[in-house]
Design a protein around this ligand. Structure first.
Ligand code: AMP
Ligand code: MG
Length: 417
């Protein structure tokens, strides 16, 4: 039977488009306390109820006076009180009067300028004198510096990081609407797999893709809800796929998706749902299936059959599963930041598939960033992911790349804010 996909596999970009086109985003919405919303997606615009800080505040420790112009050195005022954060001066500030004021404290009505404490002295306990020339800077923070009443603090569909949440907190907001993340089911397959910590019979390997994918997905903001480890047995795999489809919004498997004797994933996907495409024209990551499983009420549950080789599993999860999860969450999928940078060394490779090579971001003595490849790029070597800062996009046909050649790189580091 002819297959509806190219024998050499889909280009990564085509595959990504096919995946995103197949998924409709209609995420549910839930209300969460601010403290639990980190990394989530806002479901509605958030407006400031009041202006923030809400009062004019001093930017430094000093003395507030009522004249807007910079006073001349030698000018004197009568000290009439004090304003500290949380303990404002209650009266209006008159001409010739000054108050002690601390950083962040409210300015009283009538105050128009703060004199830095370094530029004044107090000849008596109730007298203030300017002893230096002052600048034009009045050292006053506007009452709506952070936000004015009714201002939009963030739009619907904003990813909530530390800065977003802190700004909402600073505007008195303690709860907000976010979209619900897809529930993930993970199926780990292979006769050879035994749990780490157990003694290893000949030929067995310690199972690591579970740890790899679950950790990666937590970092990306999508914790795995259900996980099964199953041998290459079609009956057991069928059952596991059905169970995962019943309790998940997305099912992901690893291993068993090539065309070998014990690779059951693709035939089972065809039986329990639909294969949309199989195989990528990508190194690493050739064996890869995308489609859907039929859920208990007939709905299509998106299915991602990731390769068994760990590096290929991680890379295809990043390149194809991650954008899909974002879209299902209601976000416009964001990919890793891409930029060009020079190779630090000569590179020889065989022509073949487009490659995503793991590399370090090396910054030379004069501050120039470069890509440095180290060790084997085998898709079985998890060590190649360790300390990888970059995925280098090496073109299929490139066989010799000289040091200094500009290559496209994807940044594997997460943003802080
Ligand atoms: P497969 O795609 O099932 O043929 O697996 C390809 C390679 O990846 C084989 O060497 C497997 O032993 C290895 N592999 C598959 N699944 C895992 C796993 N969960 N943890 C570690 N290695 C795995
Ligand atoms: Mg296998």
């Amino acid at each position: 039977m002819a297959e509806p996909f190219p024998a050499e596999g889909l280009l990564l970009e085509q595959a990504r488009q096919a995946v995103l086109a197949a998924l409709s985003a209609a995420p549910l919405v839930e209300s969460l306390p601010l403290q639990e919303a980190l990394g989530r997606l806002s479901a509605a615009p958030v407006l400031a109820a009041e202006s923030v800080p809400g009062f004019r505040a001093s930017i430094l420790d000093g003395y507030a006076i009522s004249t807007p112009e910079p006073p001349a050195s030698g000018t004197r005022w009568q000290l009439v009180g004090r304003s500290a954060p949380g303990a404002p001066y209650g009266a209006e500030l008159g001409a010739g009067e000054a108050i002690r004021i601390l950083t962040g404290a409210p300015l009283p009505t009538g105050a128009q300028r703060v004199l830095p404490q370094e530029q004044v002295q107090c000849p008596t306990a109730s007298t203030l004198e300017l002893v230096e020339a002052v600048s034009d800077q009045p050292w006053i923070r506007a009452a709506d510096e952070e936000a004015s009443a009714g201002q939009q603090l963030l739009a619907a569909g904003t990813r909530l990081g530390a800065a977003e949440l802190a700004r909402l907190a600073s505007c008195g907001i303690s709860q907000l609407a976010v979209t619900v993340r897809p529930r993930l089911g993970l199926l780990i397959t292979g006769d050879e797999l035994i749990p780490p910590g157990e003694r290893r019979p000949p030929g067995a390997i310690w199972e690591s893709n579970g740890t790899l994918l679950e950790s990666l997905l937590i970092r990306l903001g999508y914790p795995v809800a259900q996980r099964r480890v199953v041998a290459d047995d079609p009956a057991a795999l069928r059952l596991a796929l059905q169970e995962l489809a019943a309790g998940s919004d997305v099912v992901v498997s690893t291993g068993g998706v090539s065309a070998g004797d014990s690779d059951w994933i693709r035939p089972l996907l065809a039986e329990l749902g639909e294969v949309a495409f199989w195989k990528l024209f990508l190194k690493p990551g050739r064996p890869f299936a995308f489609g859907s499983l039929q859920g208990p009420s007939g709905q299509a549950i998106p299915f991602f059959g990731l390769p068994g080789n760990p590096v290929a599993a991680a890379i295809t999860a990043l390149q194809l599963l991650w954008p899909a999860l974002q879209q299902l969450e209601g976000a416009k999928p964001q990919l890793l930041p891409r930029f060009q940078l020079p190779l630090a060394q000569d590179l020889r490779r065989r022509a073949g598939r487009p490659e995503l090579a793991r590399a370090r971001l090396h910054v030379d003595g004069s501050g120039v960033p470069m890509a440095w490849l180290e060790g084997s790029q085998a898709s079985s070597r998890i060590g190649s992911l360790q300390e990888a800062d970059l995925l280098l996009e090496l073109p299929a046909e490139a066989t010799q790349l000289a040091a200094g050649t500009l290559v496209w790189a994807q940044l594997l580091r997460l943003p802080i804010f």
